[in-house]
Ligand binder design. Structure first.
Ligand SMILES: [Zn+2]
Ligand SMILES: [Zn+2]
Length: 329
């Protein structure tokens, strides 16, 4: 038996938080209803499971959101926990689904590129020095996510760095890459409210999207954190965890965390090491379920150090024929 979903929470005038359950940690994602000019805007949707559909349906009933009133669905990014119900919500309401162009490219790659990308990812895992049984398990987990991913062709792609939010005067979207390459946050300057997606979270440091799609995702992430820190913000609405107020303080904590992790990553290179070795040195007590996140974090820091000119990736000699990361100087 599952507990009844909490009723939607009014977090500010015309802004409501819907708690949507997830079948995996962190167990919950927030979707946001904004009362727009001539109807409602939904920011993020949740994953497509019966309890998540139920939570959205109940919240729509409570808030008076009807198929006729829901005009736009804006997705902060294409991760399945935010994106999964976009198609069903559009089928129910006819709302226009909007996502950033870079994120649409990523989603298309997942849907159409996976057979080819799977081979590239398998090569990449080998080159990183990941033992074959673990690499096979990681690929099988990726297969399950890909099978579950329901692509939703958008009605509108958001292009550039910043623009007006469709359907809600006074609101705008701001590109904040790092967690994902086309992640957007949603901002209202008049009330200083920021729907921050997965870009800044109150309790954990967001995962950096160090996969095959980005050159230096940690640099992207720190750059967009720095730009966001300049915004006047009084209420931060994250996708996971409770709303909070001190955006600058939280950003400073995350930046300090990454500075410390960058130093640890450099220390881990006491000799040439594979990305797998570096991951184990940074996270010695890692449960296998979290390995991929940890590998991404380690690689994001290695790529960042390479961008600073502090390390190089040696693909020719490496370690036992595998690509290795080496300190410069
Ligand atoms: Zn995400
Ligand atoms: Zn998320």
């Amino acid at each position: 038996m599952t507990a009844a979903a909490a009723p939607p929470l009014r977090v500010a005038p015309g802004v409501h938080r819907i708690s949507v359950p997830l079948p995996f940690p962190p167990r919950e994602v927030a979707a946001w209803v904004i009362e727009g000019d001539d109807g409602h805007v939904l920011v993020d949707t949740g994953i497509d499971t019966p309890p998540a559909r139920g939570a959205l349906r109940d919240a729509a009933g409570e808030l008076g959101v009807t198929p006729g009133s829901l005009r736009h669905v804006v997705l902060t990014h294409a991760h399945i926990d935010h994106y999964g119900l976009a198609g069903p919500v559009r089928a129910w309401s006819g709302a226009r689904v909007c996502i950033h162009a870079r994120e649409e490219e990523l989603a298309l790659g997942w849907v159409h590129g996976w057979p080819t990308d799977r081979a590239a990812v398998a090569d990449h895992f080998r080159a990183c020095g990941i033992p074959a049984p673990l690499a096979d398990a990681l690929l099988a987990a990726s297969d399950r996510i890909h099978q579950r991913y329901e692509y939703c062709p958008p009605d509108e792609v958001l292009c550039g760095e910043r623009g007006p939010l469709p359907g809600a005067a006074g609101w705008e979207w701001i590109l904040t890459p790092g967690h994902s390459p086309g992640h957007v946050t949603v901002y209202h300057a008049g009330t200083r409210i920021l729907i921050v997606g997965d870009h800044v979270l109150p309790r954990i440091s967001p995962n950096i999207g160090a996969d095959l799609y980005a050159e230096n995702p940690l640099a992207d992430y720190l750059g967009s954190l720095g730009r966001l820190r300049e915004l006047p913000v009084e209420l931060v609405l994250p996708s996971h965890g409770e709303p909070f107020r001190d955006l600058a303080g939280r950003i400073d904590w995350i930046v300090a965390h990454h500075e410390a992790r960058t130093a640890q990553t450099l220390d881990a290179l006491d000799r040439p090491r594979t990305a797998f070795e570096v991951t184990l040195r940074l996270f010695p007590d890692l449960p296998p379920d979290n390995f991929l996140h940890a590998l991404r974090e380690a690689r994001a820091h290695l790529m960042y150090l390479r961008g600073l000119g502090a390390v190089e990736r040696d693909v020719r000699d490496g370690v036992n024929g595998l690509e290795a990361w080496v300190r410069v100087g």
